[in-house]
Design a protein around this ligand. Structure first.
Ligand code: UFG
Length: 340
């Protein structure tokens, strides 16, 4: 019998790619999502790629009663991957309570359900945002966390702490937090990808929309940073590679391979790439020109961050595989598919 995995936020950007990889690896998936930032049609894309339409339940897990009802209805779940969360940094500054309520309550409701329904295994979506601007690069898992720059970032730090403390008090629970660097790209089939609502805040969807003619030009936020070309540096991880990190994490939990019942891992490529290098790579991979101009710095941006991935490579037996050029080409193909 297949192991059943609950994917919360499974119609979202990273969630949908993870559902595909789970199904391709022989897991049965049930998705719980409130569709606040995703579309039900994503299920068609998942089905077209993997040949399986996952079970779907529209539910708001931040509501205790809805969460309880969901778990009463769906028996036999062996593990949970918890993606469902609000994630817009700017919006979180405007509406901190919305972010704290949504992101913290849903996690706590899920942890309660794991105890009540004897579901021992959890993989949690964390972020490199917990490191802030690190004093030393690349960041390892031993790099101290810093005070978060936004309420959104703070929810990730607090959620990690809630998981750590819950693991300490409940030896039967086994949990992994994955600290994502910058997830980009789309499935190579161009049947699923990122679906930004309104004007995108993130670099890649803004860039692809610009090249598609939907925006006049891309603003490069600052060229006076202390980096080789003056623009900010991030560690851009292909979303399919990132999805696969979840599949190996689920395997680690189900096969009892953990060294302790709460572990956390960096999930990146280990390579720092500047905004200007992204533009160069995109142009090389697609043959398209990226209209852009240099503007002032964006408030709250950190100068540079990239991962040391040796611990996750060794412990998880996982490594990013795709090149930046192929990742940016996949983002472009997804944009073209969207515009059709
Ligand atoms: N950038 C531009 N122009 C744009 C958009 C972005 O130059 O139109 C630059 C940014 O200044 C930054 C880089 O592109 O240097 C990446 O920016 P993103 O907005 O794509 O990503 P961030 O690194 O700012 O955000 C990521 C995650 C968040 C997380 C944050 C923590 O997407 O979830 O890191 O710092 F909170």
């Amino acid at each position: 019998m297949k192991n059943k995995v609950l994917v919360t936020g499974g119609t979202g950007f990273i969630g949908s790619h993870t559902v595909v990889e789970l199904q391709n690896s022989g897991y049965e998936v049930v998705i719980a999502d409130n569709l606040s930032n995703s579309k039900i049609e994503v299920l068609d894309g998942i089905e077209a790629i993997s040949g399986v339409r996952p079970l779907f339940e529209k539910v708001d897990l931040s509501k205790e009663n809805e969460c309880g009802d969901f778990f009463k209805k769906h028996a036999g779940i062996k593990a949970i991957i918890h993606f469902a969360a609000s994630k817009a940094v700017g919006e979180s500054v405007e509406k901190p309570l919305l972010y704290y309520r949504n992101n913290l309550n849903s996690l706590m409701n899920i942890l309660e359900a794991m105890k009540e329904f004897s579901i021992p295994n959890l993989v949690f979506s964390s972020s490199c945002t917990v490191y802030g601007q690190p004093d030393k690069l690349p960041v390892t898992e031993a790099t101290p966390r810093k005070e978060a720059e936004s309420p959104y970032g703070n929810t990730k730090t607090i959620c990690e702490d809630i998981i750590r403390d819950t693991a300490k008090a409940n030896a039967q629970l086994k949990m992994i937090a994955l600290r994502y660097f910058n997830p980009i790209g789309a499935h190579p089939s161009a049947k699923i990808g990122e679906l930004p609502l309104g004007v995108p805040n993130n670099l890649i969807p803004f860039l692809t929309q610009t090249v598609a003619g939907m925006r006049p030009e891309l603003s490069v936020f600052g060229n006076d940073y202390n980096t080789a070309d003056g623009s900010c540096i991030r560690d851009y991880i292909n979303v399919v590679d990132l999805a696969k990190a979840h599949v190996v994490s689920i395997g680690r939990l189900l096969e009892d391979k953990q060294k302790s019942n709460y572990e956390f891992f960096n999930v990146g490529t280990g390579k720092g790439v500047s905004v200007l290098e992204i533009i160069e790579s995109f142009e090389r991979a697609t043959g398209e020109k990226v209209p852009h101009k240099i503007v002032g710095r964006r408030a709250g941006d950190i100068e540079q961050i990239y991962a040391d991935t040796s611990f996750s490579n060794r412990e998880l037996g996982w490594k990013s595989g795709k090149t930046l050029d192929e990742t940016l080409l996949s983002a472009w193909n997804w944009q073209l598919a969207l515009n059709k």
